[in-house]
Design a protein around this ligand. Structure first.
Ligand code: FMN
Length: 182
């Protein structure tokens, strides 16, 4: 049976380099019989966690009335979660980090309501051709999923992509192969 894959993207640029990586992974996943949905955290409006510790108080993971409410059912129904982002200042873009911070409602201290997600993958791009930030962001991702108890299925990163649409075709192929292998 096919898996349900959620691709959480972090770029505010629809059709940008990381978006192309996401689409390539989705093509591969669909070719293997999986279903895949993309949630564009970089375009949605999600505020940062306010540490109010009022998760689930009104039935939602987060009591703030923002677009995280749209993400909640997708998180709660997927088997695999893929993080896909451009590197911003050596890390994830703030819009995506806000969504990640709100995973606290599911797996933070106190283990509120663990997700059924079992596996995960990471797609990254950036302007610098080869630089420590890809390792740095990958390590952060590894620590996040280890904390959540998810298994890494693969990481694809591509540097040298400063202009929109300049993502290397080889990276798109790697992302598609990763999607197929999920
Ligand atoms: C605010 C900002 C910060 C960035 N920081 C980095 C960085 O730390 N390292 C890097 O290699 N590229 C950095 N970049 C370049 C982007 O990662 C790169 O252009 C990427 O391909 C954009 O992907 P997108 O088209 O999916 O948005 C930055 C771009 C912006 C707008």
């Amino acid at each position: 049976m096919g898996k349900k894959i959620l691709v959480l993207t972090g770029s505010p640029l629809r059709g940008g380099n990381s978006d192309l990586l996401a689409d390539a992974l989705i093509r591969g996943a669909q070719a293997s019989g999986h279903t895949a949905v993309k949630f564009e955290a970089g375009i949605k409006k999600i505020g940062g966690c306010t540490a109010c510790d009022r998760c689930w108080e009104d039935g939602h993971a987060c009591i703030e009335k923002d677009d995280f409410h749209e993400l909640e059912p997708l998180l709660e129904s997927c088997d695999v979660m893929v993080f896909c982002a451009p590197v911003y200042w050596m890390g994830f873009p703030a819009q995506m980090k806000a969504a990640i911070d709100k995973l606290y409602a599911y797996g933070g201290k106190g283990g509120l309501r663990p997700l059924a997600v079992k596996e995960s993958a990471l797609l990254l791009c950036g302007g610098d051709p080869t630089a420590p930030e890809y390792d740095y962001v990958s390590q952060g991702y590894q620590m996040i999923i280890e904390y959540l108890g998810w298994k890494d299925k693969g990481i694809v990163w591509q540097g040298g992509a400063n202009e929109t649409g300049s993502i290397a075709p080889a990276a798109l192929q790697k992302a598609e192969s990763l999607g197929k292998s999920l």
